[in-house]
Design a protein around this ligand. Structure first.
Ligand code: SAM
Length: 356
């Protein structure tokens, strides 16, 4: 299944990058303020920009570490002490071995098994949840435990840690029993979710440098004053659905914790990652903090015709800060399995040149 992330700009990176170049052909540093999957940041790196990337979600932090700081498989040079390395003639490197090792760990009837599988006993609900089959959930528990141990014993570096969590997130996405997001699980296991979970090695882009980028995790409004760039690309949520609620399981994998799973859907307490961009009332105040405090003159903002505030209102609000223009792009809509909305979406790229 890969990554079905609401609002991912994976397919729009070329258009966005050509807009960035059109706005300022000399731009070198691009801020990707709400980076999500990190795929836009990767495309920026591959186009020779230095990237300052941020998102409020922890999983995004791990994806960004991989996409911006790795251009080849890391060495995993400290793992030999825990894994019986195959002889020197073996074609397998340490990354192959660690993935093989994690794929073969003993399943555990732990937090994921209890909270997210039909055989579990959730603490706050009488009804077991069906995000994963019992076998897959127990396997995820086993893999989580091993990654934690490796990290705690300092047998992996910070980047290797991010990479393994990224690989676990991608593997979990492949077999999750959901219709696109983790807002709820499906009542019956779909075929895909019955396959055993398998971690695969990530592929690494060798294009562009891995030097000079910065990755942050936090509210854009709060870190704005620390950021400097030639252009700030902002891809905010445009609907009411909170990312923290819709991707709660990925956040739990990324944070390696065991939060209280609340209600029938088993959401983690997510108010600490609530986004003002999902609220009609708060969105203007947040834009104001960002535009005022970031040290940057050009802002490029992605927004959709489906957005919480009409595009004309957004443009008239942004005009308070400088000169605004917009570009229309037709885009294939993110469709969860049970949505039958028209599949063409009008997406806008709004350029604000801030008055100083
Ligand atoms: C439309 S998605 C971005 C998708 C991204 N461009 C990609 O291609 O994957 C919006 C992102 O904004 C993040 N977000 C929402 N409010 C935020 C805030 N106040 N500060 C930082 N990130 C925020 C969400 O976590 C989500 O990842």
């Amino acid at each position: 299944m890969g990554y079905r992330y609401i609002g991912s700009k994976d397919k729009l990176t070329d258009i966005i990058i050509s807009e960035i170049r059109r706005i300022n052909k000399n731009s070198k540093i691009v801020i990707d303020l709400m980076a999500g999957t990190g795929l836009m940041s990767l495309a920026l790196r591959e186009n020779n920009f230095k990237v300052v990337a941020n998102d409020v979600m922890t999983y995004s932090y791990h994806h960004l570490n991989l996409h911006l700081f790795l251009n080849k498989e890391p060495d995993f040079k400290n793992i030999s002490s825990i894994i019986n390395l195959v002889g020197p003639s073996s074609k397998k490197n340490n990354y192959d071995l660690i993935i093989e090792y994690l794929n073969n760990v003993k399943p555990i009837k732990g937090y994921f098994y209890n909270e997210f599988s039909p055989e579990g006993k959730p603490i706050n609900s009488t009804k077991p949840r069906k995000y994963f089959t019992a076998k897959n959930a127990a396997k995820i528990d086993g893999i989580r435990k091993e990654i934690k141990v490796l990290n705690k014993k300092k047998l992996i570096t910070e980047l290797e840690h991010s990479l393994l969590l990224h690989d676990l997130i991608m593997a979990s996405n492949d077999i999750a029993n959901i219709a696109g997001t983790y807002g709820h699980y499906l009542s019956k296991f779909v075929k895909r979710s019955e396959s055993p979970i398998v971690l695969y090695k990530s592929k690494f882009s060798s294009i562009g440098t891995t030097e000079g980028h910065q990755v942050f995790k936090g509210y854009a409004e709060e870190i704005a004053s620390k950021l400097t760039g030639d252009i700030c690309y902002i891809d905010p949520p445009y609907i009411k659905r909170q990312y923290a609620a819709n991707y709660h399981i990925l956040e739990t994998l990324a944070r390696e914790d065991e939060p209280e799973a609340i209600g029938e859907s088993g959401l983690r307490p997510w108010r600490d990652q609530y986004s003002n961009f999902c609220s009609k009332v708060k969105i203007r105040d947040s834009f104001d903090k960002i535009i005022t405090n970031i040290n940057c003159q050009d802002f490029l903002i992605s927004y959709s015709e489906d957005g919480l505030i009409p595009i004309s209102d957004l443009i008239s609000f942004l005009s308070n800060y400088g000169i605004v223009s917009k570009k229309n792009i037709e885009y294939k809509r993110f469709k969860s399995n049970n949505s039958n909305k028209d599949s063409t979406l009008h997406e806008y790229l709004i350029h604000l040149k801030k008055n100083y």
